[in-house]
Design a protein around this ligand. Structure first.
Ligand code: ADP
Length: 164
């Protein structure tokens, strides 16, 4: 049987428990899950791509299901997906606010690569409001985000936003 390869793309700036929840669910649906970390996001990232990959680090090393690989990518997502032999793109959906953009992207990607399917997953309710943007905003103002991110990420945010 051919290996089912899925790509989960994102900025992961930084990775949150919402992302980790989606990753755990996606691992049950494929044999290999490639976390594709976008190099040049339109938004100016807080962490460099190397830092974002380091912060993903061990958090995806163990668990059930597909093995997880982390790669950086830039350019067209469907081209990246095809270059690694993936037939599935995983995206997470939170509230309605995600829907319109994700819907447009999924249909555009289907136009560009009809054989690559986009699959949407929902995280646990308790993470449904968690975004990298909000986590950074709260951390910037000195709030505690340790329940919403892996410990290494909470530490990195504290280091970044603590005046020296
Ligand atoms: P992007 O800049 O591509 O949106 P993100 O790193 O912000 O990158 O998100 C990557 C994907 O993970 C997106 O599909 C986003 O909707 C999803 N995602 C992020 N946080 C959550 C969450 N808490 N619950 C469900 N999906 C999420």
């Amino acid at each position: 049987m051919t290996e089912r390869i899925a790509v989960y793309p994102g900025s992961f700036d930084p990775i949150t428990n919402g992302h980790l929840d989606i990753i755990e669910r996606a691992r049950g649906l494929c044999d290999r899950l490639i976390l594709a970390v976008l190099v040049n996001t339109e938004k100016q990232p807080l962490f460099s791509v190397e830092e974002r990959i380091a912060l993903i680090g061990d958090n995806v090393a163990t668990g059930n299901g597909a093995r997880v690989e982390v790669r950086e990518f830039s350019g067209l997502l469907v081209e990246f997906a095809q270059s690694v032999g993936a037939r599935m793109i995983v995206r997470g959906l939170r509230a309605m606010s995600d829907f319109e953009y994700e819907f447009q992207m999924a249909l555009m990607n289907r136009r560009l690569a009809p054989r690559v399917e986009t699959v949407f997953l929902m995280a646990k309710e308790e993470y449904s409001y968690v975004s990298s943007r909000l986590v950074k905003e709260v951390a910037r103002l000195g709030g505690d985000v340790s329940a919403l991110t892996p410990p290494g990420v909470a530490r990195a945010l504290r280091r970044t936003f603590t005046p020296s």
